[in-house]
Design a protein around this ligand. Structure first.
Ligand code: IPM
Ligand code: MG
Length: 380
C-alpha cells in the first residue's frame, strides 16, 4: 500500500520539478514591463470578491470615479466591472478562477480586487494565489507607515513561489505523513530582489533587510539570501542586512529599533505573515494596502480577507475600506497618475490621521464604510 503511494509521489515529484524548471527558464528570458505612460487607454478591472468585498469595492469605485473623472470622460481610462469571482460560483464550477472570468481579467491592464474567500482544506485553490500565478504577479508590495514613530516600511514579498506555488500539490500517505514543497528559483528571486533594490535606490533608502530562515531552510532560503546579495552588489550605496524571520518578527514589536528598518525583501510565506504583523502596528490589517505587481499585469487589493464574521454578525456595512482605498492609491501611482494618487493619499491622511472625525471600528459603534467614503470624497 505505502509502496504504491511512494511510486505515485515520485512520479508526481518528477513532473513538478520539470514544470518548475520550465517556469524558471521562462522567467530567465525576462519580459518588458508595460509602459502605462505610452498607452492611449488603460483598462482597470473592478472585481468585487466575497463577504465584505463588494461593500468596500463599491466605495472604492465611487472614489475612483471621482478621482478619475477627467480620464474616464476622455476615454484614457475605462473601469470595467468583472463579475463571477465569487465563492459560490467558484465552488459550483470547481475552479479557483473560472475560465471566462480569467479571460475578462486578462483583457484588463490592472485590477482592483476585493477579498476572495478560500475554503480551508478541500481542493479549491485560493483565487488570489491562482491570479498571482496566472498573471505572474511576482512582487507583493506592502507599505506600512506610522509617522509619529518615524516608521516608514515597505515590504517586497516574493509572490509567485516559495510554499505557495505548489501549496495545493503536496503528497500524502493517509494516516501516515504529508509533505508540501517549497520552491525558490534563481530568476524568481533575482526579479523580486531587483525591484526591492530599485525601489530603495529610487526613493533614497539606504538599507534593505533580507529576511529568511536560511539557517534552517538551507536550499531555498539559502539561495534566496545569496541571490539577494548578488543583486545588492549592484547597488553599492545600499546596505543589505541579513535577518532571520523569527527575530525580525520580534524586532517589529521593539519600539526602540523598529523605525530603523526601511525596505524588506523576503520569501512568500514569511512575507505573508510579517505584513499582517506590520499592518497591525500601523492600526490594523484593515489599514494597509497591497499591490501585486508583474511585468504585464498588476492587481491591487486589501491586505485582509473577506471577513465572514462581519457578515454573520450583520456588521458588513461597518467594514473598514481604508485598506482598499490605500490599494486604490497605489494603483493610481502604478499606472502613472501620481498626482491623482497624491490627491487621494492627502484626503486619506486628512481623514484618518488629522481629523479622525469619522472612525470606522468594524462595529456598529463606528462609522459605516459608506460614511467613511463620503468623508474622504469631501476632501478630494
Ligand atoms: C494575503 C492573503 C493571501 C495570502 C491569501 C488570501 C491567499 O493572506 O494576501 O496576504 O496568503 O497570500
Ligand atoms: Mg496574508
Amino acid at each position: 500500500m505505502a509502496n504504491e503511494y511512494i511510486e505515485k509521489a515520485c512520479e508526481q515529484f518528477r513532473a513538478l520539478i520539470e514544470e518548475q524548471l520550465a517556469r524558471q527558464e521562462k522567467m530567465e528570458m525576462g519580459a518588458t514591463p508595460k509602459d502605462f505612460k505610452a498607452m492611449d487607454k488603460i483598462v482597470i478591472g473592478i472585481v468585487g470578491g466575497d463577504g465584505i468585498g463588494p461593500i468596500i469595492m463599491e466605495q472604492a469605485e465611487r472614489l475612483l470615479r471621482k478621482v478619475l473623472a477627467e480620464e474616464l470622460e476622455s476615454g484614457r481610462v475605462e473601469l470595467r466591472r468583472i463579475e463571477g469571482l465569487t465563492i459560490e460560483n467558484r465552488l459550483a464550477l470547481g475552479k479557483a478562477v473560472p475560465e471566462d472570468v480569467l479571460t475578462e481579467i486578462k483583457a484588463c491592464d490592472v485590477l482592483l480586487k476585493g477579498p476572495t474567500t478560500t475554503p480551508k482544506g478541500g481542493s479549491l485553490e485560493s483565487a488570489n494565489v491562482t491570479l498571482r500565478r496566472e498573471l505572474d504577479l511576482y512582487a507583493n508590495v506592502r507599505p506600512v507607515q506610522v509617522p509619529e514613530e518615524g516608521i516608514d516600511w515597505i515590504f517586497y514579498r516574493e509572490n509567485t513561489e516559495g510554499e505557495y506555488v505548489l501549496g495545493s500539490r503536496g503528497v500524502e500517505i493517509p494516516g501516515k505523513l504529508s509533505m508540501d514543497f517549497k520552491v525558490t528559483t534563481e530568476a524568481g528571486t533575482r526579479r523580486i530582489a531587483r525591484v526591492a533594490f530599485e525601489y530603495a535606490a529610487a526613493n533614497g533608502k539606504d538599507r534593505v533587510a533580507i529576511v529568511t530562515k536560511a539557517n534552517i531552510m538551507k536550499k531555498t532560503d539559502g539561495n534566496f539570501t545569496r541571490i539577494c546579495h548578488e543583486v545588492a552588489a549592484l547597488y553599492p550605496n545600499i546596505k543589505a542586512d541579513d535577518w532571520y524571520i523569527d527575530i525580525m518578527t520580534a524586532n517589529l514589536v521593539n519600539k526602540d529599533i523598529r523605525n530603523q528598518f526601511q525596505v524588506f525583501v523576503l520569501p512568500n510565506l514569511y512575507g505573508d505573515i510579517i505584513t499582517d504583523e506590520a499592518a497591525e502596528i500601523q492600526g490594523g490589517v484593515g489599514t494597509a494596502g497591497s499591490a501585486n505587481m508583474g511585468d504585464q499585469y498588476a492587481m491591487f487589493e486589501a491586505i485582509h480577507g473577506s471577513a465572514p464574521r462581519m457578515i454573520e454578525e450583520g456588521l458588513a456595512d461597518y467594514a473598514n475600506p481604508s485598506s482598499i482605498f490605500k490599494a486604490t492609491e497605489m494603483m493610481l501611482r502604478h499606472i502613472g497618475l501620481s498626482q491623482k494618487a497624491d490627491k487621494l493619499a492627502a484626503a486619506l491622511t486628512e481623514c484618518t490621521e488629522k481629523e479622525k472625525r469619522v472612525v470606522v471600528t468594524g462595529f456598529a459603534d463606528g462609522a459605516t464604510c459608506r460614511e467613511f467614503a463620503d468623508y474622504v470624497m469631501e476632501k478630494l
